[in-house]
Design a protein around this ligand. Structure first.
Ligand code: NAP
Length: 466
């Protein structure tokens, strides 16, 4: 009789009840998973692109048909309010549909200008098996950014989800199967880090994608570098918003605060640093304190809840430490700054705004993965730019202004992969999602994201020999 292997247990961040218990794959089971994916991929690469597009569309239908079940599983595993979890299912389907809609044009052969006696074109070939390691904060959206384009481009995917949201990988695999995908095309893997490193070492694996923390990104990069394997790393952020002298203040307050506290602030591109022109500073803070009250802790399974519990047990302590250090160094806590519970349940952290934190404090420099943001007064655009760029992260930045010219001028100087005007905390699948500096390596979404999951093949044909 073989010994039972280790079990992954996931607790509900609100009730503390066990949501699921899943066996962690042994090395042999993980290798079998790669074998299935590799076999599926060899056949999938020959399937016409039009049929791949159809499969991804049907995947969206299959996920939509189970929207309520998938949304409830997200809420039970990581505490996202149920209305937002349902929204995530819808956005995931829309994102997959967008990638499907651009696949044929993006992946078409690129014909070069005529050269006498020669035919030359560049084809985009699938890579093979793509390993995708996903985080829990947007468990569907982060995964679909890789899974949908990978499948469209002719790859198979082994999806290793966060140990907080393992059921989400199962939902992807099942929806693809229900959509008619061949066995092994999208595999859900529940495994520990060491087994993932062994999977990455397999020669059939052609790219490792990871969305998660900087530390995790470096680990996967190290494992991948042993084989000179390409990586796509979507990592952390410390995104800044600048409310300029000509901002529509009421609009800026409502949207910046939503960008800071939506999903309990557990967003890679959530607003974490708010710089406000001196003209508006007092009014902005007054408005922000009112808007912050829209985010009240509640049972995430209840309709209308706006602030769920934090997903991980460590998070409240980490946020408290950041706020505590800032306070000890002279910063003022304008609201929140402490834990909360609802009927004695849940690991909540109250929406928190801190002003006057020293520039080198952890709350200014380190990622705050919760509803915590700093707010500071700046005298002009120049100072705003300097403060916004004073970060080792570079995911996104937003400028709140009535002037497109100002937004673009500042945007050209901002060291981030995305620049928004009067918008924040948002991904548009038509645009590349790319982290600068320590926020990532490579990119996803848009035609560039599709191409990143292929390799070019140059056809250099002498068509006339006489
Ligand atoms: P995390 O702890 O880094 O985990 C992310 C994923 O990586 C999980 O599946 C995790 O597995 C896995 N992982 C961690 N260390 C690993 C290792 N050594 N080898 C193999 N796999 C490893 O991050 P998280 O707490 O889930 O998510 C929050 C982070 O993700 C934040 O930093 C956030 O900014 C970032 N994020 C970035 C983006 C973006 O698009 N740039 C989007 C969303 C989130 P386990 O759970 O089993 O440890």
């Amino acid at each position: 009789m073989t010994e039972p292997g280790p079990i992954l247990r996931v607790d509900d961040p609100f009730s503390g009840e066990i949501v699921c218990e899943l066996p962690l794959a042994s090395e042999a089971e993980a290798m079998a998973c790669v074998d299935r994916a590799a076999a599926a991929q060899r056949a999938w690469a020959r399937v016409p692109l039009r049929e791949r597009v159809e499969l991804v569309r049907r995947f969206g239908d299959a996920l939509t048909a189970r929207r309520e079940e998938v949304a409830r599983d997200i809420t039970r595993q990581m505490g996202k309010p149920i209305t937002e979890a349902r929204g995530e299912v819808g956005t995931c389907v829309a994102r997959a549909a967008h990638m499907a809609s651009i696949a044929e044009e993006s992946l078409a052969d690129e014909r070069l200008p005529e050269k006498s006696g020669f035919e030359r074109f560049i084809a985009r070939e699938p890579l093979g098996v793509v390993v995708d390691v996903a985080p829990w904060n947007y468990p569907l959206l982060t995964a679909v950014n890789v899974v949908a384009p990978a499948v469209l481009a002719g790859n198979a995917v082994v999806l290793k989800h966060a140990s907080r949201t393992p059921l989400c990988a199962g939902h992807f695999a099942r929806a693809f199967r229900e959509a008619g995908a061949p066995e092994g095309l999208v595999e859900a893997l529940v495994a520990g880090h060491e087994v993932v490193a062994k999977v990455v070492a397999r020669p059939e694996v052609a790219l490792a994608a990871l969305t998660g923390s900087n530390a995790a990104g470096r680990e996967i990069h190290r494992a991948a570098s042993q084989r000179l394997l390409p990586v796509v790393l979507e990592l952390g952020g410390k995104d800044a918003a600048y409310v300029a002298e000509d901002a529509d203040l009421a609009f800026a307050v409502a949207n910046v605060i939503e960008g800071a506290f939506y999903n309990a602030g557990q967003s890679c591109c959530g607003v974490k640093r708010i710089y406000v022109h001196a003209r508006w500073y007092a009014d902005f803070v007054a408005g922000a304190l009112v808007s912050a009250r829209n985010f009240t802790p509640g049972d995430p399974a209840a309709e209308g809840t706006t602030l769920g519990p934090l997903a991980t047990p460590e998070a409240p302590r980490e946020l408290e430490a950041q706020v505590g250090e800032a306070r000890a160094r002279g910063a003022r806590v304008l609201c929140g700054g402490e834990r909360a519970a609802v009927s004695g349940k849940g690991r909540f952290f109250l929406p928190t705004l801190v002003e006057g934190a020293p520039k080198d404090a952890a709350i200014v420099q380190e990622e705050s993965f919760g509803p915590v943001a700093i707010v500071e007064r700046v005298k002009d655009d120049e100072e705003a730019l300097e403060r916004m760029n004073a970060s080792r992260y570079g995911l996104s930045a937003s400028v709140w202004t009535r002037s497109e010219e100002r937004a673009v001028a500042l945007g050209r100087e901002l060291a981030t992969g995305t620049v928004y005007m009067n918008r924040c905390d948002f991904l548009d699948p038509a645009l590349p999602w790319v982290g600068w500096k320590q926020s990532g390596l490579g990119l996803s979404l848009s035609r560039h994201g599709l191409l990143a999951l292929t390799r070019p093949k140059s056809f250099h044909l002498r068509v006339k020999t006489g």
